[in-house]
Design a protein around this ligand. Structure first.
Ligand SMILES: *Cc1c(COP(=O)(O)O)cnc(C)c1O
Length: 431
């Protein structure tokens, strides 16, 4: 199957010439107009994922994790579709505000927020600030002029057995307060002692690329038990429970994905059970998907620059992008799906390694992919599932400017972020 619907954007089609089209536009035309590499974003897919969430989890508050992919236009799609916005830096906050997102729908994260960042968030009137450490409690309180609703981030001690870089629910990692030794309870006490801090509830985030819904049920049971402890010790009934994001998506055919209907049942069952056991009123649950909304909307286009057959070994297809626009292969050993996008891939195929243009041997775009044996310089390649953590994680390694983000919808093309030029990069170099 050339275009597996589980991996490619909702509107992906192949036209009579064999060209891959997204949002009613041939990728080859976008590549001609905007150059390569380029990130293409299917607005319909992005909105569709949000609607799937709203339909599957009707009683749950949904906040989009902007760190997956954020531009002003993307923030507006999120707000249009009725979701809140998670941010974790002044830049992300500014993007949401510049897009006109209602600050009350913004949740501010981060394990090392500075005084200035906390003040900026509070002054902007954000809906929630998630407190990650003891220092932040007094620091935030000292910056406030009016009451601020906050959540306390807890590490519930749940291991998703994912990549270490994206496993955040265990105790031995940097985020949040541990439940053991009363650390989380003490944080609650200290927040309650600050008259301008309004403790709305608790937060946890287990990690990323989670495809089994069961850990979310376990998180709810542990967190409700902690909420009951807080009530028993301090007489305060917390009403909000944010269980984070991390919902997994497929990158290659056959990969698992988190089933939203199953997640909805797990959340419901865990709430029923935990609230009955603890005789605790049902809290309002919130989730924060990033990848699961943005990933499949995105496709990255590259031009083939060279094809190199190693004697008795691998075939390397070098393209004009690489780890600068996609660091995920180098960071996590991520796998990707690649297809030729400018023509019918007729004839025999070969197994190749698609590599980038950066000066590092680890600069791989995709390992072990099947591409036409007659692939040649000038062919256009499209890589699926690159909407999340690509634009947002891109670097300028080797002084290569970052690609544009181009949105497509109903045959229309709109450049959301322009290409970064060498002149842009030199502008920062003060000589
Ligand atoms: C990264 C992050 C998310 C989103 O993770 P995804 O894997 O993109 O869904 C949600 N909440 C918090 C606190 C995060 O750090």
């Amino acid at each position: 199957m050339r275009v597996d619907p589980d991996l490619w954007p909702l509107t992906t089609r192949v036209d009579v010439e064999g060209r891959l089209c997204v949002g009613g536009v041939a990728l080859n035309e976008i590549a001609d107009q905007y150059g390569t590499p380029a990130y293409i974003l299917d607005e319909a897919d992005f909105r569709y994922r949000i609607r799937r969430y709203r339909a599957a989890l009707p009683g749950v508050r949904i906040t989009y994790a902007g760190k997956a992919l954020l531009t002003k236009r993307v923030a507006r799609w999120v707000a249009d579709e009725g979701l809140g916005l998670d941010v974790c830096s002044p830049g992300e906050l500014a993007t949401g505000l510049a897009a006109g997102v209602d600050p009350r729908s913004i949740v501010v994260h981060g394990n090392a927020k500075t005084t200035g960042e906390l003040r900026a968030a509070a002054d902007a009137g954000v809906g929630r600030i998630v407190i990650d450490c003891g220092t932040e409690i007094a620091l935030l309180a000292s910056q406030l002029r009016s009451p601020q609703e906050v959540l306390i981030r807890v590490a519930p001690g749940i291991d998703i057995h994912g990549h270490a870089a994206v496993t955040t629910g265990i105790v031995d990692q940097k985020f949040g307060f541990a439940v053991a030794e009363g650390q989380a309870a003490l944080a609650v006490r200290r927040v309650l002692d600050q008259p301008l801090l309004r403790l709305a509830g608790l937060h946890c985030h287990l990690g990323s690329q989670v495809t089994d819904p069961a850990p979310y049920g376990e998180a709810i049971r542990r967190m409700v038990s902690l909420m009951a402890d807080v009530r028993n010790h301090y007489g305060v009934v917390l009403t909000e429970l944010n269980i984070g994001g991390g919902h997994g998506v497929p990158y290659v055919t056959g990969d698992a994905e988190l089933d939203l209907e199953k997640l909805a049942r797990v959340i419901d069952d865990a709430l029923d059970q935990a609230c009955a056991t603890e005789r605790f009123p049902r809290p309002k649950v919130a989730v924060e998907p990033g990848r699961a909304i943005a990933a499949r909307a995105g496709v990255t286009c590259y031009r083939v620059v060279s094809v190199k057959h190693r004697p008795g070994g691998r075939t390397f297809v070098a393209v004009d992008g690489g780890m600068g626009d996609n660091p995920r292969v180098a960071l996590y050993g991520a796998r990707y799906t690649v297809t030729v996008a400018n023509r019918h891939p007729l004839g025999p195929t070969q197994t190749v390694t698609v590599v980038g243009r950066n000066c590092e041997a680890g600069d791989v775009v995709a390992n072990d992919v099947q591409l036409p044996a007659d692939l040649h310089p000038g062919d256009l390649l499209a890589v699926a599932c690159t909407g999340a953590y690509h634009h947002s994680m891109a670097s300028t390694f080797n002084m290569v400017g970052r690609p544009p983000v181009v949105a497509v919808h109903d045959g229309r093309v709109r450049e959301l972020v322009r290409r970064e030029t060498t002149a842009d990069l030199l502008l920062r170099d003060l000589g």
